[in-house]
Design a protein around this ligand. Sequence first.
Ligand code: ADE
Length: 250
Amino acid sequence: MTTAILSALPEEQSGLHHTLEQPVRLTHAGRTFWQGYLYGQPVVLALSGIGKVAAATTATALIERFGVTRMVFTGVAGGIGQGVQVGDVVVAQDYVQHDMDATPLFARWQVPGYASVRLPCDPALSALLSAAAQSCLGQAALHWEPPRTTPTGGPHLHQGLMASGDQFVTSAEVSKALRASLLAAGHEVLAVEMEGAAVAQVCIDYGVPFAAVRAISDRADDQATVDFPRFIRTVASRYADHIVRGLLQA
Ligand code: ADE
């Protein structure tokens, strides 16, 4: 069993690169892939770059060229669900492509040819990822500065729907509207990012188990352009280090 660990940006998995044993570097489709071992398990580390097409290309290469048998995305997202705060972690149960609109030919957000608007992740792999995330959330290494403002302490693990689209959301108005329109159709979304739904779609096509974990870097609001780079620079890779270690040692 070979696990692909996929992220959009180098900062989202830099620690894993340092931990990789017997590393072999390969270039394919204009990307760099690192084969090796983490905690005794064969892995391929890959960076997709930003956006759904880049993510789909990378996921396809990981399956076709590198023969990975399960795929894990680790990175950051903007929290748009109620109570989904900076520093929290979201494990996706399923995905929607929030910029897909083939109405009136198909239902809003429906990717034509798929069973439903929601693209499911693999339940067993997602459960392993959630357990790994939950067990390291209390660790000091993941404490986010400046201190969180939520009264309930934290950080917290959330599991549910994530939305992907080719848009970095930097307005409370836009994220509120996105959340409300999905909610009106019965879809309660927790977080927004730019790659996961494309990887989910590729993995459904190939029958490869897929799971995704995202640390919340910002609230997809007017502060996002400040919060996102700060989070990426300071703690994003620590989340990947701890959660991936927990997953691979499970
Ligand atoms: N990834 C992290 N923050 C995001 C945001 N605000 N919009 C889209 N993708 C993101």
